[in-house]
Design a protein around this ligand. Sequence first.
Ligand code: FES
Length: 368
Amino acid sequence: MSGRYPAPDRIPAGLYGAARQDLVVRAYERFVSGYVRASTLVHRRDVVAKPVDPSLTLVVRERRVQARDENVVSLDLMALDGRPLLPWHPGAHLDVTLPSGRRRQYSLCGDPADRRRYRIAVRRIPGGGGGSIELHDRVRVGTALRVGGPRNAFGFAVPGYGSPARRLHLIAGGIGITPILPMARLADRVGLDWSMTYTGRSRESLPFLDEIEAFGARVSVRTDDEHRLPTAAELLGDLESRMAIYCCGPAPMVSGMLVALRGVRDVEFHYERFSAPPVVNGKEFEVELASTGEVLTVPADRSALDVVRQARPDIAYSCQQGFCRTCRVRVLGGTAQHRESTLLPGEREAGDMLICVSRGDGRLVLDL
Ligand code: FES
């Protein structure tokens, strides 16, 4: 393993917390196709997510229900004229602007070899920020969506570019299967020694279950209703020296594994959360909304975005993890404590702040 795992009180705020030396098994390098090599080059250039011009318009060409509870749909997006799209690599996502103007990020879960379509999948989340409901209820075959990307903040390294890891273990929690599925397909295609644990509330809730189970004995499916809530150790399985683990799931699941892996050596752990990470070492502060003078208190354990959303439900946000820049706000007064590595120095000097992760001391006056 490269380096130590962060202690629970130092869980990184962004997806880059897993930025460790890349993967996998040099012995398999010769099996990897030119397609893999080309897409890896794209991935490595793009591993730090950058601002993307969301001007590409794609059309929904196919919409499919992907879980037996009917709460997950996949959308196939294609160019109006069917022209080839930019290449991508497992772990990449799209920035999608919904008809309402909301921006959301969705992992690509289709086949990178199919250059004419991007596939995303979305779970309907009642009580969330409304993006998933909108996508389920308003986006149909024929709907045009503005799209930025692909970008990759969860890079899946492939032979030829990695550390000497000898085995791969994939872990997916529910809709966290979306970035993991292309990794599994690629691992299978190039003959890696790999395994996978797929977990969720019930088999009915698990998207792409049939395809995952087609991988056979490599995959262990464990659901809360049949097996109870899994422990981190159960999800991680047997740890081996020179093993690489890729995980996508809810924040508590990822945090549990970070704790379980503390002190473990010779194992790489790469992860992506699909919900906001916990606030670590937070202090209470205030935000003033300049347009109305309203003052809101941000408790030590909540983000400014979380609090501002209650007063301004339409405020733009997406990743809630400090890398997509959607929640960028100009600070008109007070001093921001930046907790991301996304903004450029000039942007910080100009007073910009990502309110999903960054905080303040005392009172911040926000241009809202
Ligand atoms: S919501 Fe993505 S950076 Fe804040």
